[in-house]
Design a protein around this ligand. Structure first.
Ligand code: GRG
Length: 309
């Protein structure tokens, strides 16, 4: 990871954390009646517990690639929306009915710290908050842009995206009998593109949109997002076999334990590392039209591939 990226990501994570903490205060917003303290505390536990903040960072950097005049502060509502949706997915993924995990970001998961019902509702409220933030005029002055952002996130996060990918993932573990169990390589790639890739791609597309990108910019950055999404998942699968619970702050060696097919399982660690390198090169090539302005996003691609947590 380059020093610049390390510092930029840490600065951004601090600013986003402060922004999210302010949004998740006890004061009801117009149209709300009351914010139940236990639910609010569970949401704060889910959102303010660290995390790399990679997706919102990618959103901000994609926007600033297209329009270098934009400040992170101006992009914060959309960045916070993407992080809220991501955190909701982690809370629900950790539930006993899903992955049944006790540790996330080095702390007890929300259902362990609170209870299952509160964790379900905290996830639901974070999902809803994500769309609240995008629909609010503070996100962007143009209602057409806000509607496009809502659609980007909904399509990436829902039935044919992340939630659908999670369903395919559970089926791949054999949860629902033989249908969908043991997918082939194309099946694994598809479910990973949905479960993990779609939100990463959407964050980058949303950034490009907020930067006022033309269709060609949005298409090119969308492809960059797909490549980064692939690299992110491949790195995650590699970490599952090469990392430790202490390093990751969550359980590892879960894919094999769940009999889950991954690209690392199919091709091995060395070939997967080589594929990661190829993906970083492809990602950098896609940003060539922006020259040196793309240095931060290229460093982010490198970070995604090399990360240790
Ligand atoms: C339950 C609707 C629903 C969806 C679950 C996100 C997800 C879909 C499952 C999480 C399980 C998992 C390990 C997926 C692989 C990649 C991934 C999303 C890892 C966690 O994201 P990071 O590493 O986490 O960006 P931090 O904590 O840094 O935000």
């Amino acid at each position: 990871m380059t020093a610049d990226l390390e510092a930029a990501l840490a600065d951004f994570a601090r600013a986003l954390e402060a922004d999210l903490a302010a949004r998740l205060d006890a004061a009801p917003r117009p149209g709300e009646i009351v914010r139940p303290p236990r639910l609010l505390a569970a949401m704060r536990h889910a959102v303010l517990a660290g995390g790399k903040r990679l997706r919102p960072f990618l959103l901000v950097e994609a926007a600033r690639l297209v329009d270098p005049g934009l400040t992170p502060a101006a992009l914060m509502p959309a960045a916070a929306a993407v992080e809220c949706l991501h955190c909701y997915s982690l809370v629900h993924d950790d539930l006993p009915a899903m992955d049944d995990d006790a540790l996330r970001r080095g702390r007890p998961t929300v259902h362990v710290a609170y209870d299952d019902a509160t964790a379900i509702l905290a996830g639901d409220a974070l999902l809803t908050l994500a769309f609240d933030l995008l629909a609010d005029p503070a996100c962007h002055a143009d209602p057409a842009v806000r509607a496009a952002l809502v659609l980007d996130l909904a399509r990436a996060g829902g039935l044919g995206g992340m939630v659908g990918g999670q369903m395919l993932d559970l089926a791949a573990e054999g949860r629902f009998g033989t249908a969908g169990a043991d997918p082939d390589e194309a099946g694994i790639r598809q479910l990973q593109a949905m479960k993990t890739g779609a939100l990463i791609r959407a964050a980058i597309v949303m950034g490009a949109r907020l930067g006022g990108g033309k269709d060609a910019d949005i298409i090119r950055l969308g492809r960059f997002g797909e490549v980064i999404g692939l690299a992110f998942q491949l790195a995650d699968d590699l970490l599952d076999v090469t990392s430790t619970t202490e390093e990751m702050g969550k359980a590892v060696a879960k894919d094999a334990a769940h009999g889950k097919g991954t690209l690392v399982g199919l091709h091995g660690v060395d070939a997967s590392r080589a594929e990661l390198e190829r993906l970083v090169t492809e990602a950098a090539d896609l940003l060539a039209p922006w020259g040196q302005r793309s240095d931060m996003l290229i460093a982010a691609a490198r970070f995604v591939a090399d990360r240790r947590r």
